[in-house]
Design a protein around this ligand. Structure first.
Ligand code: TUI
Length: 307
């Protein structure tokens, strides 16, 4: 299946892996790229030199194109933006902010820039700034989210810009893929389903929670201080939401979540860890290789789009 996205980025299938902090390390990125999608190394909150090592490692195990996601709240964002250029990365996605100040440097170096946006206004601004495409990410997504749903955001962004639009949020199978195409998207970005990929280094306990999750098992913490984060309900979210409702200050709430994503991904702490996942976790039912996932999605989508 060819779209402007597969042409620009050089992959076989219009499926991009989300740049999930801690989860999207080089094994997962390489597996997605080898399977014909676009694997992404997620910088998350990592130091710049760690990101450089990840880039070098992914290049050792795949010759396929891959990208790097720069999470703009990372205190080393400036340095990571430079590492992306120095290491010759071809594609960058960004999240949790406006990447405007890096745009000129990246464009000059020939990097394809794909900001993740949660609104039409930011999509327009990014097109004017020279973005090659945008990911329109709905509030169904895991992690840091905006407020518009994928169903409403994607067609509005498609109408507002001429660059290709990639749909994200709530997509995990061929039906979601086909629906995104119907809304005018030219690719999808998926995170939650790839958490449970065989090649994903995420702790078994976390994978089991995603696989066992039902449709309404996610919660959004942090709405009161402007950093809404979607994750699976557990003791941590219950405590957080209780304190948030009682008007706890940001600093106190932040203490609860400090290092909690690492705790979940690396140590498998599903009680006090942050189990970031999207609302589509209820549909994710088994561990498979990235190759199996992508083949299954494309087969189902092809049949639907044909009929
Ligand atoms: O960035 C994401 N998802 C993320 S980042 C992340 S790391 C994190 N860890 C712990 C706590 C909080 C975050 C986990 N998940 N998705 C892309 C995305 N970007 N969603 C929403 C946005 C966004 C929101 C506001 C983009 C821009 C924006 O405002 C831009 C501006 O400044 O105008």
């Amino acid at each position: 299946m060819k779209t402007r996205i597969t042409e620009i980025l050089g992959m076989d299938y219009p499926i991009i892996q989300g740049g999930m902090a801690w989860v999207a390390e080089y094994h997962l990125a390489a597996a997605v790229s080898e399977a014909g999608g676009l694997g992404i190394i997620g910088a998350g909150g990592a130091p710049a030199e760690f990101v450089r090592e990840q880039i070098r490692k992914v290049k050792e195990i795949t010759e396929k194109p891959f990208g790097v996601n720069l999470m703009l709240m990372n205190p080393e964002a400036d340095a990571i933006a430079r590492v992306i250029v120095e290491e010759g990365v071809k594609v960058v996605t960004t999240g949790a902010g406006n990447p405007g100040k890096y745009m000129a440097m990246w464009k000059e170096a020939g990097v394809k820039v794909i900001p993740v946006v949660a609104s039409v206004a930011l999509a327009r601004m990014m097109e004017r700034a020279g973005a090659d495409a945008v990911v329109a990410e709905g509030t169904e997504s895991g992690g840091h989210i905006g407020s518009a749903t994928t169903m409403t955001l994607v067609p509005q962004v498609v109408d507002a810009v001429t660059i290709p639009v990639i749909a994200a949020g709530g997509i995990a199978d061929g039906r979601g893929f086909a629906a995104a195409i119907m809304l005018g998207a030219e690719a999808v970005q998926m995170g939650t389903r790839f958490i449970v990929a065989r090649e994903s280094i995420v702790h078994e306990n976390y994978k089991k929670k995603v696989i066992g999750a039902k449709d309404i098992d996610s919660e959004v913490t942090g709405r009161s201080h402007g950093h809404p984060v979607r994750q699976l309900r557990n003791q941590m979210t219950r405590e957080y939401l209780k304190r948030e409702k009682a008007g706890a200050p940001f600093e106190e709430l932040e203490q609860l979540t400090l290092g909690a994503l690492r705790k979940a991904v690396v140590e498998g702490d599903t009680v006090n860890g942050t189990l970031m996942a999207g609302q589509i976790a209820g549909l994710v039912s088994r561990e498979q290789t990235c190759e199996e996932m992508i083949q299954e999605i494309m087969e189902q989508a092809r049949a639907l789009l044909k009929s």
